[in-house]
Ligand binder design. Sequence first.
Ligand code: GLA
Length: 374
Amino acid sequence: MSDLDRITLKHKSLYGAPDLVVHSPGRANIIGEHIDYLGGVVLPFAINRGLWFSFSKNNLKALRFYAADLDESFELKKLGGFNVSGPSWFNYLRFFLKGFPPSFGVDVTFGGNLPIGAGLSASSALTCGYIFGMNEIMGWNLNPSEIIQLASSSENQTGVDGGMMDQHAIVLSKKDHALLLDCQDNSVKHIKLDLGDYDLVLFNSGIQHKLIESGYNHTRINTEQGLSKLNAVGSFSHFRELNSDFINTTLNLTPLERSSCLYAIEENQRVFKIVAHLENGDVEKIGPLLNAGHWGLSKMLLVSCEEVDYLVKIAEGHQSILGSRMVGGGFGGCTINLVKKGADISGLKEMYQSKYGDCDCIYLSAENGVHIIG
Ligand code: GLA
């Protein structure tokens, strides 16, 4: 049974036939990691994994939720009082609901096939899907950028000071395209994702990251501190104007601030290079940039972990893989790999399994952003 059918049937059995069915995808990122919150450029896309939602109105003035994959129900018996404690996933929705209290009761069932804590933005898929569906059912007329802003702000209030890459990718992605997002002004361009003889494939290390507990906020603060020290010495309006000589010769940076600032300018340049290679059909030139991006995350920003580094190392040594890097906020999760079509990559999986345990492999396609199914 498909995930869509599973969620719809469950909803019917709990609350009756849905009035609205929504799909909200997860996202992967080709390049441009940990620079969205600095106003850099990033190249994510919505993937063929995600969440499905069934919504229906109720006359109970209540908000009822059922998280199908976790078998968790939650009920708010009135259309307010959102400060009550609830399941952990409700935290992502709570702050949105406080700002946009619904005018009538709604039942929602959600679930899907997006691994949690794997760097594929399950939390933003939840937040964007719920806000998108509530917007439809309530007739609020929020536009896509308002949905993005609301989702991002609701998630940030849970304590992770994330950027807005994930919400943009989940709301604005277009099938067979990556989304070039300039986080300085939130302008977007859809870039055709034609990889010729290659596929994008995820390897899931199985190490679940929890951004709130990991060093995500600390990483952001550290780089911002470095940039502000640099700004005090030679003022600039954007980190993209910096060059490595200036960063290397400015004295009062800590080693980690220096490497993080160097990482940011290099990563931003890698995004433009990869976009040019995609536009020119030079897929083979993308691989080394992915690897360089990964080792930047690992050695300059310190946001990787042993297991994910190992996945990248064995991918680098594989003749059918052009490049590999960690995807998402870090400290675990998946690598994204550029793999020759039809190549046998089972050996790689086995190598990882013999050392660290299970490793799921997901062949990716670029899909449309959040949308109504019925
Ligand atoms: C998380 C955040 C994003 C982004 C990535 C790292 O997914 O939500 O805003 O910072 O990490 O690129």
